[in-house]
Design a protein around this ligand. Sequence first.
Ligand SMILES: Cc1cc2nc3c(=O)[nH]c(=O)nc-3n(C[C@H](O)[C@H](O)[C@H](O)COP(=O)(O)OP(=O)(O)OC[C@H]3O[C@@H](n4cnc5c(N)ncnc54)[C@H](O)[C@@H]3O)c2cc1C
Length: 486
Amino acid sequence: MDRIDYSGRKKPYFINTYHYIGADDNMSKDLTVIGSGPGGYVAAVLGAKEGLDVQVVEKEASIGGVCTNHGCIPSKALLSTAEKIETIKGARRDGINTSLEDIDFKKVMSKKERAVKISRKAIRSLFHKHDIDVIEGTAEVMGPKEVKVKKNSGGNEILTSNDIIIATGSEPITLPNLEIDEENIISSRGALDLKRVPESMLIVGGGYIGIEMAYVFSSLGTKITMVELEDELLPNMDKDLRDVAEQMMKRKRIEVYTGSKLVDIQGKENIKAIIEGDTEEEIKVEKVLTSVGRRPTPPEIHGELDIIGEHGEILVDDHMKTELDNIYAVGDVTGKSMLAHAAYKQAEIAVDEIMGRSPKGFSKFEIPAGIYTHPEMASVGLTEEEAEEKLDNVKIGKYSISRTGRGASTGERMGVAKIIAGPDNELLGLHLACPGATDLIMEGTAALRCGMDAKEFSQMVHPHPTYSEALKEAAENVFKESVHSG
Ligand SMILES: Cc1cc2nc3c(=O)[nH]c(=O)nc-3n(C[C@H](O)[C@H](O)[C@H](O)COP(=O)(O)OP(=O)(O)OC[C@H]3O[C@@H](n4cnc5c(N)ncnc54)[C@H](O)[C@@H]3O)c2cc1C
């Protein structure tokens, strides 16, 4: 098949000719991507692999977005340190007479910084390999094919391209009485860059970021207090995982105020915080970390291009298309699912759309979510509450991690596997809390993707002894048939 080559570069044979017949020859590039986080860099690399001439605009000096610089990578680096600390603390239970002598926090942070640098370097080398230009500056969308960049080095530049993918991410939500200064009142970004371990910290918000930060800093020795407006921690997760989170916080001696809110804060360094719930409490802390959620940060969009929703999200359909031809959005800025791998998937869909392939639309149902504490917690599909809202006769099967052979051998007491099935045994949701759950959940994601039912799932052979056997037993328990439940 003859290829149409508007950019002077080689196009793959399967390029969608209709799209490119419509493409404008006067454009300087095929594709402009705004933002270099998981949504942006994956879209850029996939586009370039398709033979598109791609440019990326990034306002920060470091590429990689929140995930690489202030999110997934640094937080998981610190969580892996926390996990090692906990292993040492618990070693005596295995007959290993050792104790935790000292923690060199500077080294802990340089290990985290190394992880960030490795990640950034990997993205930079992908850009280099695929000839992707990076323009440093803040992008504004001027029209369907035009982006203005206020360059970090000064001056403006107008970029033109046949398509635009917006991947500008999100930022922490701030509370009216809690202005983040990243010194005393910090966001997760400030927490991941602290110079020393604080003696005490109040964490406002018991979602996954708050819980992970609580885990890290309590392992490092900070006295943590947590306040959550809802009646339980992790309000968006399944209730059995919420129970595990509560147990975990108790085990780590973290004081949790649920159904409560921070009503006042006084002082700068020795902070007095007033928490209102069933009772009013006054606590003194060194730092306050706010983690009450994130909101989309769209770029400035000019003219008649009204594509912003009421929460600041860019409105897209399941194919990541805005109402405007040639403008797509992916990642946190769409507000669909604020996770890095959701951004990856959306980038894949947007590029497939640009290439005219009509991909399967984005489905939040197939996006797993994980929390990297001990035990890890992971979910895919619907929670029990969500399933019951949608369907009658929802069936539940559960199995405790402590009853698996692996649990017996390792001494792991906390954790659960839970399977949610519909009236026709269709798999609706899988939830798991155990070591390695964030990897093991892929079994559930694959099963949902393949449309497997709970019966088929229960018939799969799982290696013994593993925590994954709890998923099999939970699936058997959907039919009250688990061998080891008696
Ligand atoms: C502490 C923490 C831990 C997390 N842990 C996980 C995890 O374990 N797993 C997971 O899946 N997700 C995790 N996340 C969420 C994850 O980081 C985000 O979902 C992901 O980064 C979103 O990717 P994105 O490409 O949409 O946006 P971002 O990563 O936010 O990237 C957007 C980029 O766009 C740039 N930009 C913004 N506006 C403009 C503009 N006008 N012009 C030019 N550039 C612009 C920004 O500078 C940024 O580099 C975590 C988040 C936090 C805060």
